[in-house]
Design a protein around this ligand. Structure first.
Ligand code: GUN
Ligand code: ZN
Length: 412
């Protein structure tokens, strides 16, 4: 860790709690021991000429947070097939079976985290495969601040994955205990891969030991119909998880595309988070999450790539798809809100809002550098512009990324 105080001089965008932002065209961001000490117009630091100063050409933003991704699907991202269930069977589960090879898992994990940093993602929540070894491989090479869990696949999956999965709560608890609640998330893959008793056990473990829970909820119509058949005594899909005690403030539900008003009320009452995956919902033709209903019910949410359903790990790409999709449906969404949902909201979703996600004093100095505004350009127009372009452009738009004040990479 760099112990010396360092002043970074550049433009800075700082997302605020209410979805607004503060923009400083010529700012000083003072970092010491990996933490933000101060953010002010550069003139405010005039009395401290002794500070080492790094001048950067661009806009400093907090690093991105991706609250739902599958690192084990990185190699097959964008291998499209409309419709979730056949895609899982034909493309995803065969790929995940190859993570029985821990050496391969280690190499792919390294690539995933390196590329994530390259694209500006500094934190997130990731699904691993069912294998304990792959989870360890990812944990060994993590860059940034991640919650990761091995997917529980107890039933209705290929034999090799069922065999690799934790079989009961004793085994799952032992796996979780190697990492603890700051690193590990209890991860029932989705209701169709789990029995009600095992889900209840997972709910209890998470509550008693303070683990995060991540799972998929209400993504495709075919999936939902199958859940209703399989769990006929539940009121609906959300109720399957609620009865198991899996819904609380540390629960993050991916997708939530087809929820009824009762289900929205339930998520709001439990204080659970939605991981909103617009690029994946589009790629798998799952439907559009009802942003208006989510807002009306006051449900908390953050953005996520859902790689490999989502074709790119770039949160700029996720922000682009979020804005385009909801605007096309007539919902009002601002680019500033997209930035908030891809940074501070993600940190809050992960329980790290007090020490990550923006540049409030004391927070961890995880940040990135974006291209600067053109002359006379408004900040709103710049926010729209940084999410324009194709996947290759978006994945390389971030010029460099810092973790705890240490520069990780960079091309410019
Ligand atoms: N539902 C269960 N597993 C998965 C997965 O790997 N990706 C997506 N998008 N949905 C799922
Ligand atoms: Zn997913």
């Amino acid at each position: 860790m760099n112990q010396t105080p360092t002043l970074y001089r550049a433009a800075v965008i700082n997302p605020l709690n209410n979805g607004n932002w503060r923009y400083l065209p010529d700012a000083g961001l003072l970092i010491e021991r990996g933490r933000v000490v101060d953010l002010q117009p550069i003139g405010a630091f005039g009395a401290r000429p002794e500070l080492p100063c790094v001048e950067l050409d661009g806009v400093i933003s907090p690093g991105f947070v991706d609250v739902h991704t599958h690192w084990v699907q990185y190699r097959v991202r964008g291998r499209f097939q409309a419709q979730l269930l056949p895609w899982l069977k034909e493309h995803i589960w065969p790929e995940e079976a190859s993570f029985a090879d821990s050496a391969l898992a280690g190499a792919l994990a390294e690539q995933f985290f390196k590329d994530s940093i390259r694209a500006g993602t500094v934190m997130g929540m990731a699904y691993s495969s069912a294998h304990a070894g792959a989870l360890q491989a990812a944990s060994d090479v993590t860059l940034g601040d991640w919650l990761i869990g091995d997917v529980v696949m107890e039933t209705d999956a290929p034999d090799a994955l069922v065999a690799a999965s934790a079989k009961d709560i004793g085994e799952l608890s032992a796996r979780a205990g190697r990492y603890g609640p700051q690193r590990y998330a209890v991860t029932p893959r989705f209701a169709l891969n789990c029995s009600a008793p095992f889900m209840r056990d997972m709910g209890q473990l998470a509550r008693q030991q303070g683990y995060y829970v991540q799972t998929h909820l209400s993504e495709s119509v075919e999936e939902i119909n199958e859940v209703h058949r399989r769990f006929a005594d539940a009121q609906d899909y959300t109720d399957v998880y609620d009865r198991a005690g899996l819904l609380g403030e540390r629960s993050v539900l991916g997708h939530c595309v087809h929820l009824s008003p009762r289900e929205w009320r339930c998520l709001a009452a439990r204080g659970s988070w939605v991981a909103h995956c617009p690029s994946s919902n589009e790629a798998l033709d799952s439907g559009r999450m009802d942003l208006t209903a989510l807002r009306e019910h006051g449900v908390k949410y953050a953005l996520a790539s859902d790689v490999g359903g989502g074709p790119s790990h770039s949160m700029l790409h996720v922000m682009q798809r979020y804005l385009d999709q909801h605007r096309a449906a007539g919902a009002a969404v601002a680019a500033g809100e997209a930035l908030y949902r891809a940074t501070l909201a993600g940190a809050q979703c992960m329980g790290r809002g007090a020490y990550a996600g923006n540049f409030a004093p004391g927070k961890r100095a995880d940040f990135l550098l974006l291209p600067r505004l053109n002359a006379h350009q408004s900040v709103d127009s710049w926010l729209e512009e940084i999410v324009q372009g194709g996947i290759d452009d978006l994945e390389t738009r971030v010029a460099a990324t810092w973790l705890g004040g240490i520069r990780q990479n960079g091309t410019r």
